[in-house]
Design a protein around this ligand. Structure first.
Ligand code: FE2
Length: 175
């Protein structure tokens, strides 16, 4: 009887431990995902702002083309920021509330002065690769966390940034 009781107590304890373990694992996976989504938002903001400053400051013989192309880039990336922040809210976390926090989390450096048009595009090209890397890491985490809606969302964003990479590199080749 005692043996039975002990075994049953042990089984209950084991079940609780297992359930708690799964819960904790789930929470920590979601925590990693939330952090990654905040990094994605931070990268997007840094990229958007840099492209916008390039749009303001670009100079040269083909000014109208560069000026317009840079506006297409920053508008596209700016439009992606709101849905990314809302995905963070949907995961149950608050979106970042300060620019300094975003800057700290971003893997994209700030603009330094006013480069030539081709340098601007080559900076944006390498920054765009960092964005794709961040989105891909987020996509993998969303898959592991069993968040299919978010993984589809991130897949769409990866696709948009790959098209952006193609447009930027094609423009650099023609310069
Ligand atoms: Fe403008």
């Amino acid at each position: 009887m005692n043996l039975f009781t002990d075994r049953r107590t042990l089984n209950v304890a084991e079940s609780v431990r297992r359930v708690m373990g799964v819960k904790q694992l789930h929470e920590s996976t979601n925590m990693e995902l939330v952090i990654q989504m905040k990094k994605i938002l931070a990268d997007g903001y840094a990229f958007y702002f840099k492209a916008h400053t390039f749009h303001w400051n670009v100079e040269g013989a083909n000014f109208p083309q560069y000026h317009d192309f840079l506006s297409k880039i920053y508008e596209q990336v700016f439009a992606s920021l709101d849905p990314i922040a809302e995905e963070i809210r949907a995961l149950g976390a608050y979106a970042p509330t300060s620019l300094s926090q975003l800057l700290q989390m971003s893997s994209i450096s700030e603009a330094n002065g006013v480069p030539s048009p081709v340098e601007m595009l080559s900076i944006l090209s390498s920054d765009n690769e960092k964005i794709i890397q961040g989105l891909t890491a987020g996509y993998r985490m969303a898959e592991s966390a069993n968040e299919p809606g978010l993984s589809n969302f991130l897949q769409d964003h990866i696709d948009k940034h790959k098209k952006l990479a193609w447009m930027i590199t094609s423009t650099i080749k023609g310069a």
